[in-house]
Design a binder for this molecule. Structure first.
Ligand code: PLP
Length: 354
C-alpha cells in the first residue's frame, strides 16, 4: 500500500540541495498527492491534475486565476453553493458574472457573444434537475469567443464522461463525492487539457493561496478511487432501475433522470455519457413541500443528508437546504443512489410513498 506523507517540510543536504525528489514545503505539494492526481489525469485524458482541499477551493482556484474586469458565463441551475459564492465573489473582486438559462438552446451562444467572457463554466448533468449540457457545443461557443471552458464533472465522473475529449479546457470535481465515494473526506480536483498560461496560474493559486489537501485525506482519496468504476457503474444501474420503476408512479409528479428517454437531456446524455447516466436522480412528490418532507421522513434505507456520490443512498430536500429564493421546486427530493441492493431502495421508497 502507498505511504502516507505527513511531512510539512523536507530536508536539504549539507550543500543546501533538496534531497527528496525536489520536495521542499508541504504547501507546495505532498508526495502523497501523486497517486490520486496521476490516476485522475489519466482517467480524464489530461497531462496534469491537482488536488485541493475541497471542490469549492478547486473551482475558486480557476476563478482566482482570472484578472479583474474578466467576465464569467455560467448556468443559472448549477451547484447552488458555487453559484451563490460566485455571485458575491465576482462583485467583490471586479469580475463580471452572467448566468444563462440551460433550457433555452441559444442562451449560451447569445450570452457569450454579448459579454465576451474569459471563462465559460458549465456543470453537467446539473444539480438537481440533471439537465445535460452539450460539452462539445459549449466548447465551440467558448473557444470561438476566446474563452476557456471549465466543466464541473462531479456527477458524471470520468467513468461516464471525459470532458476534455469533448473540448473542455479544465475539468473540476468535488472529490468529496464519487472520486472518494465514502463520505469521509472533503476534497476537490482539477484536470487540464493543456499546461498553458491558465494552468500555470492555477498551480500558483494552489501553492500560494494554500487550499491544500491534508496528507491523510489524500491517502483516503486514492484508496476510494480504487473502486470508482465499480461504484459508479453500480450506482448508475440502480439509478436507472429506480427511475424506470417510479416513472409515472401515482404518488409522484415527475422523475428527473437523464437515462429516461423522456428527459430533455436524454439525447445529449446518450452521446456524451458512456456506460450509464449517473447515480443521481430527483423525484417531484405530490403534495408539495409537505408531501416531499413526509416522504423523506418515512425513509428507512435512504439516509436524510446532503451531499452525494457515497456508497450509502441519500435523500435530500434541496429547497430546505437552499432556502428562500431558491429556484428548486419545493416538492423536489434529490436522491443520491449508493451501492445497496436496488430492491431494498425500491421497497424503501414504495413504503415511504404509501
Ligand atoms: C456538483 C458539485 N460541484 C461542486 C461542489 C462543491 O464541492 P465541495 O463540497 O467538495 O467543496 C458540490 C458539493 O456539493 C457539488 O455537488
Amino acid at each position: 500500500m502507498p505511504a502516507i506523507h505527513p511531512a510539512a517540510t523536507f530536508v536539504r543536504d549539507r550543500n543546501y540541495q533538496l534531497i527528496d525528489a525536489g520536495h521542499s514545503y508541504g504547501r507546495d505539494e505532498n508526495p502523497g498527492y501523486a497517486i490520486a492526481e496521476n490516476v485522475l489525469a489519466e482517467l480524464e485524458g489530461a497531462p496534469s491534475a491537482l488536488l485541493f482541499s475541497s471542490g469549492m477551493a478547486a473551482a475558486m482556484a480557476v476563478v482566482q486565476s482570472l484578472q479583474p474586469g474578466d467576465q464569467i458565463v455560467a448556468p443559472r441551475v448549477m451547484y447552488w453553493g458555487l453559484r451563490n459564492w460566485l455571485t458575491r465573489f465576482c462583485k467583490q473582486w471586479g469580475l463580471g458574472l452572467d448566468l444563462f438559462d440551460i433550457n433555452d438552446p441559444d442562451a449560451l451562444a447569445r450570452t457569450v457573444s454579448r459579454v465576451k467572457p474569459k471563462l465559460v463554466w458549465i456543470e453537467t448533468p446539473c444539480n438537481p434537475t440533471w439537465d445535460v449540457i452539450d460539452i462539445a457545443a459549449a466548447s465551440e461557443i467558448a473557444h470561438a469567443a476566446g474563452a476557456w471552458l471549465a466543466v464541473d464533472s462531479t456527477v458524471a465522473t470520468p467513468v461516464l464522461t471525459q470532458p476534455i475529449s469533448h473540448g473542455a479546457d479544465i475539468v473540476m470535481h468535488s472529490a468529496t463525492k464519487y472520486l472518494n465515494g465514502h463520505c469521509d473526506l472533503v476534497a476537490g480536483a482539477l484536470a487540464t487539457a493543456k499546461e498553458d498560461e491558465l494552468w500555470e496560474r492555477i498551480c500558483e493559486v494552489r501553492s500560494h493561496a494554500g487550499a491544500i489537501l491534508g496528507s491523510m485525506d489524500a491517502w483516503l482519496l486514492q484508496r476510494g478511487m480504487r473502486t470508482l468504476f465499480l461504484r459508479v457503474h453500480k450506482a448508475s444501474e440502480s439509478a436507472l432501475a429506480l427511475a424506470e420503476h417510479f416513472e409515472g408512479h401515482a404518488g409522484l409528479e415527475a422523475v428527473n433522470y437523464p437515462g429516461l428517454p423522456g428527459h430533455p437531456g436524454h439525447q445529449i446524455a446518450s452521446r456524451q455519457m458512456k456506460g450509464g447516466f449517473g447515480g443521481m436522480l430527483s423525484i417531484r412528490v405530490k403534495g408539495g413541500a409537505e408531501g416531499a418532507l413526509n416522504l423523506a421522513k418515512r425513509c428507512e434505507v435512504f439516509t436524510r443528508a446532503t451531499s452525494l456520490g457515497g456508497v450509502e443512498s441519500l435523500v435530500e430536500h434541496r429547497y430546505s437546504i437552499e432556502g428562500e429564493g431558491s429556484p428548486i421546486p419545493k416538492d423536489l427530493l434529490r436522491l443520491s443512489i449508493g451501492i445497496e441492493c436496488v430492491d431494498d431502495l425500491i421497497a424503501d421508497l414504495e413504503q415511504a410513498l404509501q
